[in-house]
Design a protein around this ligand. Sequence first.
Ligand SMILES: *Cc1c(COP(=O)(O)O)cnc(C)c1O
Length: 364
Amino acid sequence: MAGADQYPFEPIMNPYWSDIVQRLTPYVPGEQPRETGIIKLNTNENPYPPAPEVLAAISAATNADLRLYPDPAATSLREAIAVADGVAPAQVFVGNGSDEVLAHVFQALLKHDAPLLYPDITYSFYPVYCDLYGIDRVEIPLTADYRIDLADYDRRNGGIIFPNPNAPTGTALPRAQIESLLQLNTQSVVVVDEAYVAFGAETLAPLVTRYPNLLVVRTLSKSLSLAGLRVGYALGDAGLLEALERVKGSFNSYPLDRLALAGATAAMRCREYYDAANRQVMASREKLVAALGALGFEVLPSAANFVFARHPGHAGAALQQALRARNVLVRHFAKPRIADFLRITIGTEDQCAALVAALNDVLG
Ligand SMILES: *Cc1c(COP(=O)(O)O)cnc(C)c1O
């Protein structure tokens, strides 16, 4: 599996290890190649650079003040997020990437007697956090056409989490459907992971004021071109955020450094720049979907900056290897139901064209 060579964990029993670590299977991120000249379409990074104002803000913050701790409350950043997303600063919690925010959410809000519910095919960090924190869960199968059917979540639960759009499928649910779930499911927290929402789905941010059990999780890694800065956040009722603050204050009081705070705050104020970049990504996606279709691929409808596609005549693992041999990296998951799919990040027009050329070569 891609990236597995970077994580040579042996299933050994070491008497110095805690029980939980002996049984832990960590999340395996997509390969980050060291070679140059690779077309990297495997980890859903944005193909376009951060806004110039972001780099200028980070440069300006690169000064002697780095000897001082950063603002533990991240006040300026939370204010900028509140303005951008139309909520109050008290409804914003920030962390070192949304992966860290999600870790706190699992520990603070999703561990209960009743099981946590999430889709069988979804972000593969969710089961990892469940194992880390000892959270009971039930994986709810996607429909035969790989969609989330929220009617399947109408059962006893200690929490519900899913990405919208879902990953790695890319399919999105309309806001109204999720609002119906919120009206039904009032006894536990519903977490909507909006890592890819800016690429064509509807945000639930305006609903956090109305539903005290709704938490929306966002990241600057994908739609704001800042995967390298590690900034994510949650929007929700102050009551929910207080739980996250307790965990954060018991774990790392300064999760965002001065440079991250400066860059992220600037990014939240560059909506026009990012809207244009993300419109380009969406236009490239539609072109790529057409090109893949012409090559015989079945492509799931995507509202994200990636597509999930399979070819009836070729196994997913073999296709991934063949592309790797042609210097194109895409993601493959050796998992039931999706082993024949490739998850392909939308690159620049040139990168998409190079992928299509490599596929033409592979498929003959
Ligand atoms: C990429 C991704 C994240 C993590 O983003 P970071 O902020 O970079 O940690 C969270 N959820 C989903 C569904 C993602 O795809």
